[in-house]
Design a protein around this ligand. Structure first.
Ligand code: NA7
Length: 537
């Protein structure tokens, strides 16, 4: 698929984003011999791990299940220091990948894309915020499902005279908390990791919680040299396991129903999982705890008991126990002594479910019932997830059709990879793909797109556009698979809800909620069938 000089194209392919998916896609497209430009808003590679430098940021997938699997040499030469690596280590790893595969020479940093528009000549014109434009025949969005941070919509945010940070836009310089009165707003995975860390040194920490989440212990530990050497010998088995499991984590559900065992056995199994590192209680539990309401209630009661045991003040413990959703129906944050933080004299939990924050002031904030003074406010208020990173770019397909309009009633995709009427645009980890342990899904996604491009080149095709029928049928399938699932009945980023964004108050089925193996089987079948669902010419 070479450039046609008459079109004046600069690149065969333009990739937006130099995170985990953009880096690997660049590597694979080079392997096809394509000329590629990666446009990256940040000053370095790493995506999520470049932006989310907040205190305490770390994996909650096992490090060795999270890294790239495509290169035996890369696997051999990288050593993880902890079972769940902290953000600086992950960022070092991604920089190492960029260096090892000499990726930087095709990446333009400080390049925020504001528009991508399909041209009548069959190319894509990609424009940066400074007006610079690039052309490519293929457009690949590697912009991440959680990359558009959102601030709360509260009056007075600009009035605050102290330090203020959103966790996903954390400064590159060190930030200290010693002697400071710090507020954290938000209790998702990010707010919980931040709270654990800030509580260690802040003079006072006040956590503003609108809704609690069900959190379970991470059980992190260092990885010594001998253990890392042993992990390296197990890499094939580790990745094989990730290929088999529902969400590409190392944890496999128990085939038994919670109701097939005695109460004692059930309790003992829950205890084992609670003591085990990682997502075991969520992803490796009885087969029905995430699908059957009564089974889920038993697990929720177990975790509620744990919270009551760990938090001394019973009133605070009750505030920390979710009452509006069952365990695992929203993303489960993994924690390290998070609940014990509330036993510290320097930490206060403020429930803002009934008395919301009404205003940020010059010196702090006011809720409906009290005023507080702070030296620092940390906004751990999350992201406009899944479609938010697309909404920030003016993406227009054939005939000037806006992607935002095409998705006005929720995303419409084919396999989460293409949208009808947006020829040669391929989404990595777009809406309707299987998420879970994301790098595993990314590698599959990138390989699938690369195989399609190789298939096209072999046949002299330069144009790929999923048919409207294929999009309608995949979108209907995603909705059917997601219907009735407990996790799709709750407002969270999983269901595309963000109270801080206009038009994102209604739950949608934004993710493919079936298993990753089922998702891959669909994609494999499409490839094996010669991509009939995609109009190729
Ligand atoms: P999340 O999980 O979306 O959490 C955001 C938190 O911020 C959550 O507790 C929200 O409460 C809270 N929030 C959002 N807006 C407000 C306002 N206006 N007032 C008060 N509280 C607010 O984002 P994270 O960054 O923690 O994690 C996202 C994912 O990144 C995570 O799941 C991992 O997969 C990686 P709410 O629950 O909406 O009531």
């Amino acid at each position: 698929m070479s450039d046609s000089p008459s079109l004046g194209l600069s690149y065969d392919a333009i990739i937006i984003g130099a995170g985990i998916s953009g880096l690997y896609q660049l590597h694979r497209l080079r392997g096809l011999g394509l000329s590629v430009l990666v446009l990256e808003a940040g000053s370095g590679v790493g995506g999520t791990w470049y932006w989310n430098r907040y205190p305490g940021a770390r994996f909650d997938s096992e490090s060795y299940s999270y890294g790239y699997s495509f290169s035996p040499e890369l696997l051999a030469d990288w050593n993880w220091s902890e079972h769940f690596a902290p953000q600086p280590e992950t960022l070092r790893y991604l920089n190492h990948v960029a260096d090892r595969f000499a990726l930087r020479r095709d990446i333009r940093f400080h390049s925020r894309v504001t528009a991508a528009q399909y041209q009548p000549d069959g190319s894509w014109c990609v424009t940066l915020e400074d007006g610079t434009a690039y052309r490519g025949r293929i457009l690949i969005t590697a912009i991440g499902p959680l990359s558009a941070p959102t601030m709360p919509r509260i009056d007075g945010i600009a009035d605050f005279q102290g330090e203020a940070f959103h966790t996903a836009r954390w400064p590159h310089q060190p930030v200290g908390f010693e002697g400071k009165r710090v507020a954290v707003i938000g209790t998702g995975s990010t707010g919980i990791q931040t709270t654990q860390e800030v509580a260690k040194t802040a003079a006072q920490l006040t956590v503003f919680q609108r809704r609690p989440n069900w959190c379970v212990p991470l059980h992190n530990a260092p990885i010594g040299a001998a253990e890392m050497a042993a992990i390296k010998t197990r890499y094939p088995a580790i990745f094989e396991r990730c290929r088999e499991t529902f969400a590409c984590f190392l944890h496999t559900p128990d085939p038994r129903s919670v109701f097939e065992v005695s109460a004692e056995e059930r309790e003992a199994f829950f205890e084992t999982l609670y003591a085990h590192r990682g997502f075991g209680l969520w992803q490796g539990n009885f087969r029905d705890v995430l699908t059957d309401r009564a089974a889920n209630a038993l697990l929720s009661e177990f975790v509620a008991r744990k919270i009551r045991q760990r938090v001394r003040d019973p009133a605070v413990a009750e505030l920390l126990i979710p009452k509006d959703h069952g365990f695992g129906t929203r993303r489960v944050p993994l924690e390290t002594r998070y609940y014990e933080v509330y036993n510290q004299p320097n930490v206060t939990l403020v429930d803002i479910s009934a008395a919301p924050i009404e205003r940020i002031t010059a010196t702090g904030l006011c809720t409906a019932s009290a005023a507080y003074d702070f030296d620092m406010i940390i906004y751990a208020t999350g992201f406009d997830a899944i479609t938010g990173s697309f909404d920030r770019i003016d993406i227009r397909g054939a005939g000037g059709q806006r992607l935002r309009d095409a998705w006005a009633d929720g995303p419409q995709t084919f396999m989460g990879v293409q949208v009808a009427g947006f020829p040669n645009m391929f989404m990595l980890m777009g809406p309707h793909t299987a998420l879970g342990n994301i790098p595993r899904s990314i590698e599959y996604n990138v390989d699938w797109v690369t195989d399609l491009l190789a298939h096209m080149r072999a046949r002299g095709h330069t144009h790929a556009d999923a048919t409207p029928e294929a999009v309608a049928s995949w979108t209907a399938h995603v909705k059917a698979v997601g219907a009735g699932l407990l996790s799709n009945e709750i407002s969270s980023w999983f269901t595309g809800v963000n109270s801080n964004v206009d038009g994102k108050q209604t739950r949608i089925i934004a993710r493919y909620s079936g298993s990753a193996p089922a998702y891959r089987a669909w994609c494999d079948d499409v490839a094996a069938g010669g991509y009939q669902e995609i109009s190729l010419r």
